[in-house]
Design a binder for this molecule. Sequence first.
Ligand SMILES: [Fe+2]
Length: 261
Amino acid sequence: MKELLEQMHSWISQYMKSFYSEDEEVQQGILIKEKHTGYVTSNCIELAKYLNLSKHDSELAEIIGLFHDVGRFRQYSLYKTFNDADSEDHADLGLKVIDELDFFKRLSAEDNEIVHFAIKNHNKKLVEETDDERKILFAKIIRDADKLDIYRVLEPFLAQKNADKMPKFIKGKERADISPDFVENFVAGNQADYRKIRTNGDRKIVRLMWIYDINFAWTMRKIVERGYINKIIDALPIDNNVQKGIDRLLKYVKNKCNDAE
Ligand SMILES: [Fe+2]
């Protein structure tokens, strides 16, 4: 698989560069996704190592990392947005790109199914149900690898107290407070519905609630080490209820970091 993996690396780096643009805003968006692809791929490799996966499986995780967001580039060129709700689901679009490529046909049918399943489910609210434990494992790996890097990308913005410091590509929701239904879900530990986001406080809550969806202690420890959680919490408008949500979250984080896999 090594040779195939090398071909995949060189194909995707060429592919991403083919979307480079003179338009500064477009170029910035493409570069963010290119960098993200690199970091997510490394996260997949590190997670595979932590999980003691075989050489074959860690290469499979690497392929999934490399191609998980391949749909982003076609999405941007077709719709000029990275917003799935305003265009189409970028994971599903990515599978269409992948199915046009000959080298995926060189993977075994089983491996190909795993790659498809993991990429399709990398960004969904819940992973599709299946009895296939390998599919679930690789979906968990890419979901963690992706979230860890999205915290890196969003941290400078989520750590801002002032809503007006948010960049344009984070849609213009200007209020800094948290909507009552978001506070309620945060206190109860329920996932918030990001389609209902009304303020920048809501946006911070949605990202904090991702913590409950982290699968591996490895990922949680990285998130803690890098200070992402504390930086977002420090930028929240805090009252008694929000504090209850924070206490619940921090307790959960502490337990998860001590998980033995
Ligand atoms: Fe993605």
